[in-house]
Each structure stands twice: as C-alpha cells, then as structure tokens.
Design a binder for this molecule. Structure first.
Ligand code: CTP
Length: 406
C-alpha cells in the first residue's frame, strides 16, 4: 500500500472521533492522508487534531481563498488515489446521491474522478429509513463503495445497525479497494476439473447467401477470458462467432455463425460449472433469401423482415441445467450502470460486466485493446480502472475462480 494517497472526508457525527484513529492506521499502512472536515464535522473534532495526525493541512471551506490559490478544489479531488468518507452521515449520503455541491466536501465528491468509499454512521432508524436505503442503493449503483455499518449499542442509546465500523475494518476496505487483485501463484490451477463455457465475438445473420448483418465485436475480450480461465486449469468450451483470432492454449473452440447456432452450441456444451457470455449476439435474424437479392433498377429497396433471436444468456440462466455461475456482459451507450443492473435482473445472470460503448467508444471498446468495466453483482457495483483486455480477463478469471471455489 506504500505511497497511496487518501483524501479523507470527515462528516459530522459522534463517530468522527474514530476518524482520528483511522488517520493513524492509514499512515501506519504506508499511505498519506489529506483531510477535509465538514462544518458539522468541526463540531466533533477540530481541524488542528486532524492536521496534527495527518501532518497535512486540513481543508474546511470551499471559500478558503488561500487553499484555492495553493490547490484548487478540482485538483484536491483528483490528486488522491481514493476518496474515503468516514463517517458518512445520512445527510452527506443524501447530498452525494442528489449531486448537491454546497460545501467543500460535496463539491469534491462531485468533482472527483477517483473511486469513492463511504463508511456510514448514523442512528439505526435513520439508516433503515426508506430515503437512506434509496440513497445507498443509488450510490452503489453509481459505483460508490458503501460499506455496511456495524450493529450494536449506539451513542444515542438505541441498538441496531448504524455504528461506524472499527477503523481497522475501514482500513481493510481501503486496502481492498486499492490492492491490485491478488494474482494467484504461478501454476495454480484452482479451476482444474471445472468446465466453463465462454461465448465470444459477433454473430452474423445472413440476409442472403452473400450478405449479412453484423456488429463491431472483435472477440478479443471473450478470447482473452477463455485463455485466462484455461490458464487456471478449467476445461473451456469457447463458442466463437466469426472472428479471425487464434484459439488460446488449452481451449476447445466451436465456431458458429448465427445466434441460433451459438444457442445450440452452448446447449450442446452443457453441463458446465460456469458460463461467461461475452458474445455480442445479434438480437434479430433476417428471414434470409435463398438466392442473392437482386437490385431492381428504379425499384424500392428490399424491406428486411426481422425475427427475434433466442436470448442465449437468459435461456441458460433459467434452464434446469443452469451453471452455478452465469456471467453476462452488457455494452451500453447510456445510463450504463442502471441498464446493466436492470439487465442482470431481467436475464437472471449472477454478474453483469458492463462497459460504456457510447460516442466513439463503441469502436474503440468493441474493436480495441482496452476496456473499462463495472462488475454488477447482487452485492453492488465494482468499478475497475481502464485496463488492457488481457488484464480484464485475468482479473475476471481470478474472480470467477474465487467464486467457484468459495
Ligand atoms: N445475449 C445473449 N443472447 C442474445 C442477446 C444477448 O446471450 N440474443 C447476452 C450477451 O452475450 C451478453 C448479454 O446477453 O452477455 C447482454 O447483451 P446485450 O447485447 O447488451 O443485451 P441485449 O439483450 O441485446 O439488450 P439491449 O440490446 O436491449 O441492450
């Protein structure tokens, strides 16, 4: 962890005193910490305490011109590797969710491009209130890591969940967020004896014997995942749409052209312990003509009648032969996390790996070498940094191995 920089936002709650211990632990772990104290937070701890513990200036006001001259709030929000909010009060979570930027803390939270981790602390009724539930759910869907508060006796005399977790637990969450995913030891084969089906590439839906409908998928991400899972010892059936890629070592490849052929190949490959559906499957096929459609000079262009393709992922997830772990992908051009979360529920997948293919990104992600993804699971959303597709593949393979062997 040595060298990581934390921006710690201390909200106004009785638990603010625990932020002092947290600063000490963060520094002991080899990281530096710069503090922002909200006005309410100042009622519980002083800037002097935090400055002494962090050995850094403490920031309290957006209007502190001296600070703006030395370091603008945008820079402050971005120079850290991770923004930690502890304690995150109900009010702070509500303002974060609403995108309100009415003080230094919330302005930084809106301006930052770094991951955010919030450790809530509040009265049990406030934690359980529908408004807080909504705020936390939306923040998680937006990619904020909101850790669960502890349960126990509270300063207000009530009992229940709402206590700020111990500073050691918050430090562990910080470390987990910053740690590069632990690579398994070389030659570890945790997936030996397991069978995983991977779909990859586009599908081609013929219009006539010489034309087809396709999409920009290159198959690179799916092939990399198949290779990474094979490297962990799994037996892989890679059902590949039309792509020009070499078959990764140790992978059984089944080439298909259409979505219907892909569906049949996946079904034929069952049973499996896991399925990772990376293919960009065409949603529709054309009632294809047997002969090449001829251009009629001066005539109307042919109308293509489209019929829906089987949803391979949804069918598999609902099947009695469902693998223990079903992972889908979602390429979205807008509201990436909201659509991915809805897609996860609609298709019955355990995880959805979502990526943004809006604007020019469609071309660069679907055909390109890098990918920045969000892993949407029942527990929330994990946002990964922009990585080469091979690195996304190894991280995902490790995560799949951990899930299958847990
Ligand atoms: N998928 C599938 N069969 C289909 C369509 C999609 O198995 N006929 C799988 C993809 O492999 C991917 C996931 O479903 O894992 C989501 O694919 P996507 O194209 O994003 O979803 P759609 O269902 O096509 O939703 P929409 O086009 O409305 O976004």
């Amino acid at each position: 962890m040595t060298g990581h920089r934390i921006l710690l936002i201390v909200g106004g709650g009785i638990a603010a005193y625990k932020a002092c211990e947290l600063i000490r632990l963060i520094r002991k772990a080899g990281m530096s910490v710069r503090c922002v104290l909200t006005a309410a937070g100042e009622q519980f701890v002083t800037p002097m305490t935090l400055a002494a513990l962090s050995e850094q200036p403490v920031h309290t006001s957006l209007w502190d011109l001296k600070d703006e001259a030395e370091m603008g709030h945008i820079q402050l929000s971005r120079e850290a590797d991770l923004v930690v909010v502890a304690p995150a009060t109900a009010n702070l979570l509500a303002r974060m969710n609403a995108g309100i930027a009415d003080d230094l803390a919330t302005t930084l939270l809106l301006a930052t491009d770094k991951p955010v981790l919030a450790a809530p602390a509040m009265n049990v009724r406030m934690w359980q209130h529908a408004a807080t539930r909504r705020n936390v759910a939306q923040l998680r869907a937006d990619g904020v890591t909101v850790i669960e508060p502890d349960e126990g006796a509270m300063a207000c005399g009530e009992y229940g969940p709402g206590r700020l977790p111990d500073p050691e637990a918050i430090l562990a969450a910080i470390t987990a967020q910053l740690a590069p995913v632990k690579r398994l030891p070389a030659n570890a084969r945790p997936l030996a004896g397991r069978h995983v089906i991977v779909t990859a590439g586009p599908t081609h839906e013929p219009i006539d014997p010489v034309r087809y409908i396709a999409n920009r998928s290159s198959g690179r991400q799916g092939f990399a995942i198949a290779g990474a899972l094979a490297a962990l010892g799994a037996r892989i059936t890679l059902v590949a749409g039309p792509v020009v890629l070499p078959t990764p070592a140790g992978v059984d490849r089944v080439d298909v052209e259409t979505a219907r052929e892909m569906a049949a190949a996946v079904d034929a490959a069952l049973p499996a312990d896991a399925a990772v559906m990376v293919a960009a499957v065409a949603d529709w096929h054309v009632a294809a003509a047997d002969q090449k459609i001829k251009k009629q000079p001066g005539g109307a262009p042919p109308a293509l009648a489209l019929a829906e393709n089987p949803d391979i992922l949804a069918t598999l997830a609902a099947s009695p032969r469902r693998p223990a772990l079903v992972v889908g992908f979602a390429a979205e051009t807008e509201q990436v996390l909201a659509h991915a979360t809805a897609k996860r529920a609609r298709k019955g997948a355990d995880w959805i790996v979502a990526n943004d293919v809006s604007g020019g990104k469609g071309e660069s992600v679907m055909g390109g070498a890098r990918n920045s993804v969000h892993i949407v699971t029942a527990d929330g959303v994990e946002s990964w940094p922009d990585l080469p597709k091979e690195a996304v593949a190894t991280r995902l393979a490790d995560r799949i191995a951990a899930a299958l062997t847990a």
